[in-house]
Design a protein around this ligand. Structure first.
Ligand code: NAP
Length: 317
């Protein structure tokens, strides 16, 4: 389990941004199980979306959040296309820095408490890992810089707000690393995966539960919320194969240098951005180890892929 007790939000109004995204899809049911009155905010009208707004539009965001009158805002919306933002950093400025400035200012104005989700990619990953919450960020990508600017906007709006950094998120119906691994293995029989990039794989369902606990506790400052332990991409891919009943020897190690020579990516990735959940643990918010969390998810993913026609996603996760 991600944590011992499910908090009782007892009818509190909780607005979730990024409601149609990967994490949003887990946050909303988790909040409902905690008896919150959920307001789902998305970028466009859709099934399950209560309010549609472009968060980079300050006026529209202020109006939408003001009218929703939330007690709590969980800001899970972000521009997450790391390579797209490297090519066009203005996208990160807009969807991460500016949007978060607007959300944090609006939350402050209507007296709501805010938790904003951030990333391990605020760290350089060049020797300081595992990173605790007090480690000094120094992003090496445009995405990381835009998320660090977003973090700063949160605390400029109100030092009592919280930033929750997570990493290597997977779950749900969209694109993520375990899905890419199984899709490629299914189609081609083998996959080359880098064995010199390390981090903290995190089950989005576990993160959703920890975020609800954090929101209930009204924690302030920076928190790291990842499944425990450290993995290379290669470790994660092998464990994913094993959990799906596929021989892990079909996952072959490759160095980042050799991989990038074959498949160049615009954004640099931290070599080791493993996070430590020190402050969450001190508040009694515990996330299980990454292998156990992965084993809980992969059978569902494998069953879903078995029911689909054979296709390979265009890009790796
Ligand atoms: N995925 C990871 O591996 C990972 C790792 C570390 C941290 N994180 C952080 O975790 C959080 C959740 O990520 P996720 O994986 O759930 O991302 P996701 O699946 O890409 O969802 C993000 C959502 O934000 C929405 N959004 C983006 N810009 C918006 C705007 N200007 N106005 C309104 N909505 C906007 C997107 O809508 P559209 O699709 O319509 O644009 C999308 O529904 C983010 O803060 C991310 O930075 C993710």
């Amino acid at each position: 389990m991600a944590g011992a007790m499910r908090p009782d939000l007892n009818g509190q109004r909780v607005l979730v941004t990024g409601a149609a995204g990967q994490l949003g899809g887990f946050l909303i049911p988790e909040l409902r199980r905690s008896r919150a009155a959920v307001i789902a905010l998305g970028s466009r009208p859709d099934v399950g979306i209560d309010v549609a707004v472009d968060l980079a539009d300050g006026e529209a965001t202020g109006r939408a959040i003001g009218e929703a009158a939330p007690d709590v805002v969980i800001h899970a919306a972000a521009g997450t296309d790391v390579d797209g933002i490297e090519r066009d950093p203005a996208r990160g400025d807009r969807s991460n820095a500016q949007a978060t400035r607007n959300v944090a200012g609006s939350a402050r104005e209507c007296g709501a408490y805010l938790v904003a989700v951030s990333t391990d990619m605020v760290f350089p990953g060049d020797g300081g890992a595992p990173y605790g919450e007090d480690a000094v960020p120094a992003p090496i990508s445009a995405y990381g810089r835009s998320k660090l600017a977003a973090e700063q906007a949160v605390f400029q709006a109100d030092p009592e707000f919280a930033v929750a950094r997570t990493a290597w998120l997977y779950g749900g119906a969209g694109k993520h690393f375990p899905r890419t691994v199984l899709s490629v293995l299914r189609k081609r029989g083998s996959i080359d995966v880098v064995d010199d990039e390390f981090g903290s794989p995190t089950n989005a369902s576990d993160l959703a539960r920890a975020l609800v606990q954090l929101a209930a506790a009204r924690g302030s400052g920076v928190f790291h919320l990842v499944n425990e332990g450290r993995a290379s991409r290669y470790d994660l891919a092998r464990a994913t194969a094993s959990c799906a009943g596929i021989d892990p020897f079909n996952v072959r190690p490759i160095s980042s240098e050799d991989f990038l020579a074959k498949f160049p990516l615009p954004a640099p990735r931290p070599a080791d951005s493993t996070l430590l959940n020190r402050r969450a643990a001190a508040q009694g918010i515990a996330l299980r180890g990454w292998r156990e969390a992965l084993a809980a998810f992969v059978p569902l993913l494998a069953a879903e892929l078995r029911s689909l026609p054979e296709t390979v996603p265009a890009t790796g996760g």
